[in-house]
Design a protein around this ligand. Structure first.
Ligand code: FES
Ligand code: FES
Length: 161
């Protein structure tokens, strides 16, 4: 068994010290060690976006990252959005527009839309498609996901993360 090391992860604004093998996936650390089960495994190879988290504000696939690669980088999961019992505006838009069916993909989509709104004007349809190209929805909720993203863009009041 490989040696375990200690890593300080900055997740949802808090520092968590975890002991793990350096090659352990960030996805497994977040889910199993930190209990952040909004981060989901789909393909496990960087294609579906179910495991998306924000790292330094950018959407990344946590199934492709090792815990040893994320040291010191701020990570945000859906559990870190909103506050005081209130939904984040993007979460609210997803609810209001019924932008999910089984919801397995939903945390990944929400985080990607948050990043799109933080990093772009939120007015550019082409950039929205570009951002969402890394997220797949097996239930085919794309139409309502797009409606929710556009509604969140219309109503946004940054900063959100
Ligand atoms: S589980 Fe990571 S991209 Fe599919
Ligand atoms: S709502 Fe089921 S996979 Fe997207």
């Amino acid at each position: 068994m490989a040696n375990r090391e200690r890593f300080a992860l900055q997740v949802n604004g808090q520092i968590h010290v975890v002991e793990a093998e350096p090659a352990r996936r960030l996805l497994d650390v977040l889910r199993a060690d930190l209990g952040l089960t909004s981060v989901r495994e789909g393909c496990g190879i960087g294609v579906c976006g179910a495991c998306t988290v924000l790292m330094g504000g950018r959407p990344v696939s946590s199934c492709l990252l090792l815990v040893s690669q994320v040291h010191g980088q701020p990570i945000v999961t859906v559990e870190g959005l909103g506050g005081n019992g209130a939904l984040h505006p993007v979460q609210r838009a997803f609810v209001e527009h019924f932008a999910f069916q089984c919801a397995y993909c939903t945390p990944g989509f929400i985080l990607t839309v948050v990043a799109w709104l933080e990093q772009t004007s939120g007015q550019d349809e082409e950039s929205l498609w570009e951002y969402l190209s890394g997220n797949l929805c097996r239930c085919g909720s794309y139409r309502n996901i797009l409606k929710a993203a556009r509604a969140a863009a219309r109503n946004r009041e940054p900063p959100w993360v």
